[in-house]
Ligand binder design. Structure first.
Ligand code: MLT
Length: 411
């Protein structure tokens, strides 16, 4: 009989967001009169229309595909040169960060890339993951067989968890044991925290000293308002030797449904073979993408490219301003009712301590039942998220005003 991948049986519950979806559906089915009123601030999914620059570019690209002269079939698996160049220039070289066009690998999402990247790493790496965390990093390591079984508290043996809490401003301490792969995400999902240059310097110096690799998820970099906060790990000297960076157009360009992202793999980056030889990772990721991926459609890559022209940049700025104004309102409403609030200043997520005697899922239920608002329970992001909840600022101005009013009315 065919054998399944036993690692999948170790996975604890369903993936967090479908689980929230199931609970919301069950509430709506039993309370049809309230279902119209539900406001979703759970998953960080954008709500505002796609920037005009991207739409125009996408439409022209579709027209090109409609004529023999300009038709294109398969594109390069690593992404079209026009987009790789626009990214390397627009996101890095104009900010004096050295990244070559061919170090950019275009993809259909950072969720996929942060999971798929494990294909090029061995199974004996010690994995360090923050807690709370974007659940994809944990689950993909479980699926890849890099962990043991789940413990009763939902953690997995074999993962080095790095607790993040108000005491360390949600930036983990350097581990007291050697680790090989380190997942960092700043601005952070779910806490909305940011890491300073000095904190990232410590991580880069740790990684270089131990031959570790930092998997740096910068999907929310566009929301950084404070010019002192690094937007890229490569702003830190030496990071090209020890870090892979993941970025996405989902949250800045509103591409959650369109799908386009990219991963930066510097050519200097090395890892060890079983026999101790040092080999570059860049050709491995290129090979992996060539074999398992056919990149993103031409119209979508043209749309992403348009986000780097003046019109596109302005339209992105308007979107960021909109969502950050929501975040400020949500922060204000939570503070007004006496809750401790974190994040939301350089990130689209507001991370809030639950009122006394209510745990994370209790707060989720209370918000759904009494306020008809969907939030994300902090414990869904890990053990250290218990006692917190996350509100996403991705919504309309009108809905955010309602969420603030409803929060105040139930607490
Ligand atoms: C979230 O809500 O944490 C994000 O939307 C998840 C994602 O981007 O995949």
């Amino acid at each position: 009989m065919a054998k399944l991948n036993n690692n999948y049986l170790k996975l604890k519950a369903g993936y967090l967001f479908p689980e929230i979806g199931r609970r919301v559906k069950s509430f709506s089915d039993s309370n049809p009169e309230d279902s119209e009123k539900i406001i979703r601030c759970g998953i960080g999914d954008v709500t505002e229309p796609l920037p005009l620059a991207a739409r125009d570019a996408m439409k022209s690209a579709v027209d090109e595909l409609g004529s023999h002269d300009t038709f294109r079939g398969y594109g390069p698996e690593q992404g079209y040169e026009f987009l790789r160049c626009a990214i390397a220039n627009g996101d890095y070289r104009t900010n004096n960060i050295s990244v070559d066009d061919d170090e950019i690998f275009v993809s259909d999402g950072s969720k996929c890339d942060t999971g798929n990247i494990l294909d090029i790493f061995g199974n004996n790496n010690r994995i360090a993951i923050t807690d709370p965390v974007y659940p994809v990093y944990v689950d993909t390591n479980v699926m890849a067989g890099n962990t043991g079984e789940a413990n009763d508290d939902g953690t997995y043996s074999g993962i080095h968890y790095m607790p993040c809490n108000p005491l360390n401003s949600f930036v983990p301490e350097i581990p007291d044991e050697p680790v090989d792969l380190i997942y960092l995400c700043y601005p952070n999902n779910p806490t909305g925290a940011t890491a300073t240059k000095e904190q990232l310097e410590h991580w880069v110096s740790y990684a270089k000293e131990h031959g570790s690799i930092i998997l740096y998820d910068a999907a929310y970099q566009a929301f950084i308002q404070d010019p002192e906060i690094p937007k890229s790990i490569y702003e830190i000297d030496g990071a090209r030797d020890c870090a892979i960076e993941f970025r996405s157009f989902s949250k800045n360009g509103g591409f959650t449904g369109v799908r386009c992202a990219f991963t930066v793999v510097p050519k200097e980056l090395m890892a060890e073979t079983d026999s101790g030889d040092r080999k570059p990772l860049h050709p491995l990721w290129s090979r992996r993408q060539s074999t398992k991926f056919n990149s993103v459609s031409y119209p979508v890559q043209r749309a992403a490219e348009a986000l780097y022209n003046d019109e596109g940049k302005n339209q992105i700025n308007n979107l960021i301003t909109h969502y950050m104004s929501n975040a400020e309102k949500l922060r204000g409403a939570c503070s007004d009712i006496g809750l401790s609030v974190y994040g939301g200043k350089n990130a689209p997520y507001v991370w809030v301590a639950c009122p006394e005697n209510i745990d994370s899922w209790g707060m989720f239920d209370k918000m759904l039942n009494e306020a008809n608002v969907v939030i994300t329970p902090g414990s869904g992001f890990g053990k250290a998220g218990e006692g917190f909840f996350r509100i996403s600022a991705f919504n309309s101005d009108e809905n955010v005003t309602k969420v603030c009013d409803r929060l105040k009315s139930i607490l």
